[in-house]
Design a binder for this molecule. Structure first.
Ligand code: HEC
Length: 128
């Protein structure tokens, strides 16, 4: 009997098994982000600005489409004009690029990004 083949198969099986764990871990992390902890205090500079830089500032930048969402100007562009603290869901910065809105076809938030923006508004839309 040749013992090399089974041990090779075992190693291949081990590599697949570890890959499965890695893939499962990634999926789990995504679910974690989607289910935002309502007690987690979000930061404008740390959580919201990166969303704008990833998806919005190609158009929303100085001298181009308003509101200017680049890091230095975003806060003054959206607070207070595009924020409704009484009714956070009515905030233009939340509902215009919302995945469930009919308008603003250019680029929308992901569900997770929309949830973060809404939570930041609910927490007072602070320049934190
Ligand atoms: C490809 C260009 C483009 C991208 C990318 C883009 N937008 Fe826009 N956006 C526009 C244009 C053009 C308008 C104005 C026309 C309109 O509202 O349909 C607009 C309008 C808006 C408005 C309404 C402003 C007001 O005063 O009513 C908001 C808020 C907004 N965008 C936010 C965002 C956010 C947040 C992102 C990133 C998730 C984003 N946009 C990405 C082009 C873009």
């Amino acid at each position: 009997m040749n013992h090399h083949i089974p041990s090779k198969l075992l190693r291949i099986a081990a590599v697949f098994f570890m890959a499965m764990i890695a893939i499962t871990a990634c999926e789990y992390e995504t679910i974690e982000i989607d289910e935002l902890d309502p007690d987690e205090v979000l930061s404008f500079s740390g959580d919201i600005i990166p969303i704008f830089e990833k998806s919005c500032t190609s158009c929303h930048r100085p001298g181009s489409t308003s509101p200017d969402l680049t890091a230095d100007n975003a806060y003054n562009s959206i607070v207070p004009n595009l924020i409704d603290l009484e009714n956070p869901e009515n905030s233009t910065i939340y509902n215009t690029p919302n995945p469930s809105s009919g308008g603003h076809a250019f680029q929308k938030y992901t569900q997770a990004e929309a949830a973060q923006v809404l939570q930041w508004i609910k927490q007072g839309a602070e320049n934190n």
